[in-house]
Design a protein around this ligand. Structure first.
Ligand SMILES: *Cc1c(COP(=O)(O)O)cnc(C)c1O
Length: 371
């Protein structure tokens, strides 16, 4: 069986380094908000090119707390509207509703899976305050264009960068385009902890200070509470694990790109539509291939056929947010692009330890598939 993602083999590459880092944390006698978190925050901010990184408990909290911080800072209030892609993972939307803000779903460009800038302006109302682009599957949304629209309408921009650590356009990485960005270090993400973890990047010192308070009971100074915060801290042990893995991230991205290149150059079955990289002649772009997502009208048959030949695939995601029971108020609405994507997407195995022969075998199997 070729697994969809082999997390064990990824982490085993760094086993000795991870154990050494773990031992250091154990022996330090300090397990929450200490030197390992601080070091990882500095290193991750430097990697992204941002002024600050603030570690939190997970990616969802990174998004929730950023919107919450903007409320505390008087930049947002309950009822304000946030534009978000209609095909995103549910977490982007949960972060909006958790803050009593109103998610406004905007259809993606189906060839890129990301927010279609041409559809953003039509969705802006007097209540719109934030654009929340999601860099889905590892490719940046069209940030130059989204930032132009945001500036024109004086909107805040919160990037959901949970799937795009290291992805770039014009040499500028995920996490430094918007006013802030939320990252997830869930184990299966491109930069994954050995448990839950997340972070926010920003260049705004006021926001960074508020976030540091919010994640720690609203306390900026011990036993003094500025705001009604939560407990959402990134543990020392996970920070130490992440610091080890951050050093290898660029190399892992290259390994993912090598697999993507095999799929892109070798799969040529007209029943399958391959993902497009953002093709803009003079922009240097880097897709980090969190997922390799094809589209096909024969998804169920293809998935079964690949499974029968020992290849595990997954669907990201089978049900669009507006059809989820959790968002009943949208169940009667129609988002045709998103609905078609949810019916046709299939993710092929992708990861830094997937070997080239297996990727070639998968490409050949795809080519031999008949509806
Ligand atoms: C994984 C993910 C999140 C949430 O991250 P967690 O760490 O699992 O809370 C948010 N948005 C997107 C697009 C994701 O893929």
């Amino acid at each position: 069986m070729i697994p969809f993602l082999d997390l064990k083999s990824i982490n085993q590459q760094y086993r000795a380094e991870l154990i050494e880092a773990c031992t250091q944390v154990i022996d330090s006698g300090w397990y929450i908000t200490g030197q390992y978190l601080e070091q990882f925050e500095q290193n991750f901010a430097a990697y992204c090119g941002s002024q600050y990184a603030i570690g939190v408990a997970n990616g969802l909290d990174a998004l929730i707390l950023t919107l919450r911080a903007w409320k505390e800072l008087g930049k947002l209030q309950a009822g304000d509207e946030v534009l978000v892609p209609s095909n995103t993972y549910i977490a982007s939307i949960l972060a909006i509703s958790a803050n009593d803000l109103v998610p406004v779903l905007v259809e993606p460009d189906p060839s890129q899976f990301n927010l279609d800038p041409n559809k953003i302006e039509a969705a802006i109302t007097a209540k719109t305050k934030v654009i929340l682009p999601v860099h889905l599957y590892g490719q940046l949304a069209n940030m130059p264009e989204i930032m132009r629209i945001a500036k024109k309408h004086q909107l805040l921009v919160l990037e959901d960068a949970a799937q795009a650590h290291g992805a770039q356009i014009q040499g500028k990485k995920a996490g430094v385009w918007g006013d802030a960005a939320g990252f997830s270090f869930y184990p299966g993400k491109n930069l994954g902890a050995l448990g839950d973890a997340g972070a926010i990047t920003t260049n705004d010192v006021e926001l960074a200070t508020m976030l540091r308070a919010l994640r720690n009971y609203g306390s900026h100074e011990k036993y003094k509470n500025l705001v009604q915060g939560v407990n959402s801290r990134l543990d020392e042990i996970q920070a130490a694990m992440l610091d080890v893995k951050l050093k290898h991230l660029d190399n892992e991205i290259l390994q993912r790109r090598a697999i993507a290149d095999i799929y892109l150059t070798q799969i040529n079955n007209p029943l399958l539509q391959l993902p497009l990289q953002n093709v803009n002649a003079h922009d240097y772009t880097q897709h980090v291939w969190h997922l390799f997502v094809i589209q096909t009208q024969n998804r169920q048959a293809l998935q079964q056929y690949l499974a029968d030949h020992g290849v595990q695939t997954l669907i990201h995601y089978p049900i669009p947010p507006h059809q989820q029971p959790a968002y009943q108020q949208w169940n009667h609405l129609s988002f045709p692009i998103s609905e078609q994507l949810h019916a046709q997407v299939l993710s092929l195995p992708m990861g830094p330890t997937l070997n080239k022969q297996d990727a070639e075998k998968i490409a050949q199997l795809c080519n031999a598939f008949r509806a």
